[in-house]
Design a protein around this ligand. Structure first.
Ligand SMILES: CC(C)(COP(=O)(O)OP(=O)(O)OC[C@H]1O[C@@H](n2cnc3c(N)ncnc32)[C@H](O)[C@@H]1OP(=O)(O)O)[C@@H](O)C(=O)NCCC(=O)NCCS
Length: 154
């Protein structure tokens, strides 16, 4: 299936190689192919992708829970950042969660991830709490807190 330039669509199992390549190139701790495949085939998960020049350059993973939905990942290829793609992915994620009629959209983010925290605050997410030292150390950085954020939908 081809995708119109800049269009967003739900990714399917056939997108696994492109999705895996995007994760490997853009994440410090990429999801494994098995983790990605699990959400691609899970009926309670939606993976939204955005493509540019026939290449997948961004995605977001949304999972439905009994009363809430959780944004488990959002990523844009390094060379395509600051062009509004995450904002568009997040817009589709929010619309999808609203269609599920869940009460809130939840997420966890590294407290030191400035771009992501700014993205979520701009979209209206509240900061609900903090898990001290939740993320393990990486590349010379100590353990890091997780910020718990939510967007009311109901
Ligand atoms: C976080 C991430 C998804 C943002 O993607 P992006 O496409 O560059 O974001 P957008 O261009 O849509 O930016 C939307 C808003 O987010 C905020 N933002 C995004 N990048 C930012 C940065 N580097 N510094 C400050 N604010 C930033 C701004 O408010 C921006 O609005 P503006 O451009 O009008 O100021 C991207 O940096 C990324 O993939 N990071 C690595 C993966 C990651 O950390 N994901 C989050 C895990 S919880």
């Amino acid at each position: 299936m081809t995708l119109a330039e800049g269009a967003l669509r739900r990714l399917v199992a056939d997108d696994l190689p492109a999705l895996s390549a995007l994760e490997q190139a853009g994440q410090a701790y990429p999801w494994t192919p098995a983790q990605l495949e699990a959400v691609l085939v899970d009926p309670d998960s939606v993976v939204v992708g955005v493509q540019r020049d026939a290449r997948l350059v961004g995605h977001a993973v949304l999972v439905r829970q009994p009363f809430d939905a959780e944004l488990q990942a959002i990523l844009v290829a390094r060379e395509c950042r600051r062009q509004g793609l995450a904002d568009r992915l997040l817009g589709v994620v929010i619309e999808t969660a609203k269609a599920w009629r869940v009460e809130r959209l939840l997420l966890e983010v590294r407290a030191g991830n400035g771009p992501a925290v700014a993205l979520y605050r701009r979209a209206g997410f509240n900061e609900d709490g903090r898990r001290r030292g939740y993320y393990p150390p990486r590349a010379g950085h100590p353990r890091e807190d997780a910020l718990l954020m939510s967007l009311p939908l109901a």
